[in-house]
Design a protein around this ligand. Structure first.
Ligand SMILES: Cc1cc2nc3c(=O)[nH]c(=O)nc-3n(C[C@H](O)[C@H](O)[C@H](O)COP(=O)(O)OP(=O)(O)OC[C@H]3O[C@@H](n4cnc5c(N)ncnc54)[C@H](O)[C@@H]3O)c2cc1C
Length: 422
C-alpha cells in the first residue's frame, strides 16, 4: 500500500531533520533525505521527487523494494523516541506522484562529444549510464533482455509491480541509445573499439547447480529460470515444492511458489537460522505464509525416474571452523539420511556470471570481475560494478557502484585527453 497524501504529510512532520543526517550517510547513493522529506512537508512533492531522482536512477524501483531496514531507516534517530521515519515509503510516495502527474520534460544535457558503452541494463548499468549522460556523454546501453536487470526479470510482481518498474524505465530510456543484444567475446571487442570507454554491469545470470544425482529430472528448476517464468505467467509449480538454499532469493522462490498455489513449500538450508543471509522481514513473511524451513539439512540425491518424486537429504552439524564468509562450516552427520516427498525442486544456492567475455578479465577467487578502488578492471578503459564484482548485493548498492564508476571513467577519459594534447 502506498501512502496517501495525508499520511505522507503526517509522516514527514515526524522527521527530526538531524544536522548530520545519518540516514543520508547510511544510503549507498546518499540521497538528501531530510531535504526531500522537508519538501513533502511543505507540499512540494515534485521537488521532493527530483531530489531523489538526482541521486538515484532507479528511484521508483528502490522506493518499493530497497531493504530500508539495513540502510536509511536503520540509522534514523527518531527510532530512539518511538519508531523510525518511514523513509522508503515517503521516497516512493514522491516519485510515484511525479510519475502519475507526468514527468516534466528534462532538458537535454550538453554533449561533450565522447561516446561510452554500458554492457548490462540492470541497476549498475543504468546507474552508470544516467550519471554519464549528466556529464555529457553519448551513452549506448547493450542488454540481452532489455532494460531492468533482476528487478525486471526476477523480482516477483507481487513485490515490485510493473508500474514501479515502468516508471523508471520510461524516465531513463530517452537519455540513452538502447541496443537489445547479447554481448559475446567478438561483440565485446567491437564495442571496445567503437567507444571511448566501457562499463560492464552484467550481474550474475547463471544459477549454480547442486551437482547431485537426479538433477536432470523434469521438475528440477534453477531459481532464476523459475522466477523468470513466474514473471511471464508461464511457470509450472507442483503441489509439494522443496527449495534448496538459504538466501533472499530462495525466500522469493518460496513466496512465489505459495502464490502460484503449491500446497506445501519446504525450504532446506545447511546451516541454522542465525547464519541465513536474509532480510529478517522477508523471513518472517515467508514463515507467515506457511513456508516450512528445515535447518541443518543438505540435499544428497533427487529421487524419481520420469520426474521428481522426492529429495533425499542428510542432516548437518556446525563445526568450530569458519569459512571465508565467517560462518561455521557444516559437517554431514553419518546415518541421518531421510526423504522428503516433492514433485518440484527449486535450486537457489547462488549464481555466477554468464557472459563468455568474462574470461578476458582478471577475476577474484570467487569468480567475480576484479576491480580496483576506482572500479577499473584489468582491461584498459574498462570499468565494472554491481553483482558481477561482489556477488549478490542490493539494487541501491549496484546503482552506487555504477555512479562511482561513471565518475572514475570521466576522470580517466579526461586525463587521457590531457595526455593526448601534450
Ligand atoms: C530474485 C531476486 C530478488 C531480489 N530482491 C531484491 C530486493 O528486493 N531489493 C534489492 O535491493 N535487491 C534485490 N535483489 C538483488 C538485486 O536485484 C541485485 O543486487 C541487482 O539487480 C544487481 O544489479 P546488476 O546491475 O549488477 O545486475 P543485474 O540486475 O543482474 O543486471 C545485469 C544485466 O546485464 C544483462 N547481461 C548480462 N550478460 C549480458 C551479456 N553478455 N550481454 C548483454 N547483456 C547482458 C542482463 O540481461 C541484465 O539485464 C534481488 C536479487 C534476486 C536474484
Amino acid at each position: 500500500m502506498q501512502l496517501t497524501h495525508q499520511q505522507a504529510c503526517t509522516e514527514a512532520e515526524r522527521c527530526l531533520y538531524c544536522f548530520d543526517a545519518p540516514c543520508t550517510q547510511a544510503c549507498p547513493v546518499h540521497i538528501d533525505i531530510p531535504k526531500f522529506i522537508a519538501m513533502i512537508k511543505s507540499g512540494n512533492v515534485i521537488g521532493a521527487a527530483e531530489v531523489v531522482k538526482t541521486s538515484h536512477a532507479l528511484a521508483n524501483i528502490c522506493g518499493k523494494v530497497c531493504p530500508e531496514e539495513i540502510f536509511c531507516q536503520s540509522a534514523c534517530n527518531r527510532a530512539k523516541q518511538d519508531s523510525p521515519i518511514r523513509i522508503r515509503e515517503l521516497h516512493l510516495f514522491a516519485t510515484q506522484q511525479e510519475w502519475k502527474r507526468g514527468y516534466s520534460i528534462t532538458p537535454a544535457f550538453p554533449k561533450n562529444g565522447r561516446s561510452v558503452a554500458v554492457i548490462g541494463g540492470g541497476p549498475a548499468g543504468l546507474g552508470c549510464a544516467f550519471e554519464l549522460v549528466k556529464m555529457g556523454y553519448a551513452v549506448h546501453v547493450y542488454d540481452a533482455k532489455g532494460f531492468g536487470g533482476v528487478p525486471r526479470n526476477s523480482i516477483p510482481s507481487f513485490r515490485l509491480s510493473n508500474d514501479e518498474l515502468r516508471s523508471d524505465i520510461e524516465f531513463l530510456s530517452p537519455f540513452v541509445h538502447s541496443h537489445q543484444r547479447l554481448v559475446d567475446t567478438k561483440a565485446f571487442a567491437r564495442i571496445r573499439e567503437q567507444h571511448d570507454g566501457v562499463f560492464v554491469g552484467i550481474g550474475l545470470g547463471l544459477d549454480k547447480p547442486l551437482g547431485i544425482p537426479g538433477e536432470h529430472l523434469p521438475g528440477v528448476l534453477p531459481v532464476l529460470r523459475f522466477l523468470g517464468r513466474a514473471k511471464m505467467n508461464t511457470a509450472y509449480i507442483g503441489k509439494q515444492v522443496v527449495i534448496v538454499g538459504g538466501g533472499n532469493v530462495s525466500l522469493d522462490a518460496a513466496a512465489t511458489a505459495t502464490h502460484l498455489g503449491a500446497s506445501q513449500v519446504i525450504l532446506i538450508y545447511r546451516r541454522s537460522e542465525t547464519e541465513m543471509k536474509v532480510w529478517k522481514s522477508e523471513l518472517e513473511e515467508a514463515k507467515k505464509r506457511g513456508v516450512q524451513i528445515q535447518f541443518l539439512t543438505i540435499p544428497i540425491e533427487i529421487v524419481g525416474s520420469d520426474g521428481v518424486t522426492g529429495l533425499r537429504c542428510r542432516r548437518t552439524r556446525l563445526s568450530d571452523q569458519h569459512d571465508a564468509s565467517g560462518r561455521p562450516v557444516p559437517f554431514e552427520v553419518p546415518g541421518s539420511d531421510f526423504d522428503l516427498d516433492a514433485d518440484c525442486i527449486i535450486v537457489a544456492i547462488g549464481q555466477v556470471i554468464q557472459a563468455d567475455f568474462v574470461s578476458l578479465f582478471e577475476r577474484t577467487s570467487q569468480g567475480f570481475i576484479r576491480v580496483d578502488d576506482s572500479y577499473r578492471t584489468s582491461l584498459d578503459g574498462v570499468f565494472a560494478g554491481g553483482d558481477a564484482i561482489q556477488g549478490e548485493g542490493t539494487i541501491v548498492q549496484s546503482v552506487a557502484h555504477g555512479k562511482a564508476a561513471a565518475h572514475a571513467m570521466h576522470d580517466y577519459l579526461t586525463a587521457e585527453t590531457r595526455r593526448a594534447q601534450r
